[in-house]
Design a protein around this ligand. Sequence first.
Ligand code: NAP
Ligand code: G4F
Length: 324
Amino acid sequence: MKSAIITGITGQDGSYLAELLLSKGYKVYGFNRRTSTPNTQRIEHLKDKIEVIYGDVTDSYSIYRALKKAEPSEFYNLAAQSFVGSSWDLPESTCEIDGLGVVKALEAIKNCNPAIKFYQASTSELYGKVREVPQNENTPFHPRSPYGFAKMMGYWATVNYRESYNMFAVNGILFNHESPRRGIEFVTRKITYGVARIKLGLDKAITLGNLDAKRDWGFAPEYVDAMWRMLQHKQPEDFVIASGHTHSVRDFVIAAFEAIGVKDYEKYVKTDARFMRPAEVQELVGDASKAEKLLGWKPKTGFKELVKIMVDSDVKLISEGGKV
Ligand code: NAP
Ligand code: G4F
């Protein structure tokens, strides 16, 4: 039986990846840090099927212990301080987790069993102030936040361990991907949750920042499938995973209100400088043709369908008294 460690298993992607690997017959170990209140709601339904190992990617010994216990064939490093907005307030810890944490994981794997295949959760934020449109595996990077430059370290550490030690270590350069499990502070979920509350008469408006920023948004369960495919590929290579379409935050707002039958969205949207960033990534759009050609991966869920899935899910969640 194949086994895998997923760091960041309590997050959006970690929970979907755990489901995918279980469906493929893997023994799944989740690497989960200690928190003062339980944060395992996204994996509650999997608790009898996976094994959780307590640890933290900033703590090398906990990574070694996890490797010894799980003896995995694959290691998916999804752990991160993943919210760009907070990274300006937390630049050091973001670098500790998103940069040095990757080096610690790679070093532990190199020393314990360099045959373990390693996936690094790299990001389209590396492109930042974009040098070309659309962005592909050869587009130069220009990160625009502490999150971006911390992830840059993780990206290059992964490339260097592959080239120096012949390890199967790959970067998935994933563009934004969303779902009903998306964290509430990210703009898509903030919008769909806010729109659901407005529909149910619980709120009068949502307050956002830059409505003109454009992102390439896809559906998270499809993106974790790409992660798995990268580790099954015959050789270690980096891949862009994206929908190939870009939409503004305003487009997302319009589609979310349309999903509840509201056309005059302006009445319900306010902006506030609190949600603006010191530096912005204005437009991202990815070219995933390499992944389609070599991994047979293609996005399936379109933009409007994605927005509707999220709005409907939030309406149901709130109506049933569920919590985020
Ligand atoms: P997420 O929901 O924020 O999940 C992040 C996970 O990392 C959580 O399980 C979190 O645990 C864990 N974590 C944070 N610090 C840790 C530490 N020091 N040690 C161990 N675990 C730690 O993020 P996501 O959207 O699933 O994204 C997964 C990965 O893909 C992240 O690395 C992110 O940067 C990257 N990425 C995401 C996207 C996207 O659009 N979603 C795009 C490109 C790349 P807690 O639950 O305890 O906080
Ligand atoms: O939803 P966001 O916070 O996601 P962002 O910054 O694109 O980062 C996400 O995607 C990356 C991949 O490109 C991941 F690496 C990263 O971990 C994360 O998952 O913001 C999207 C856009 C930004 O331009 C932001 O300025 O939405 C704009 N925005 C406008 N109003 C807002 C808001 N963002 C947030 N979070 N909250 C607002 O009120």
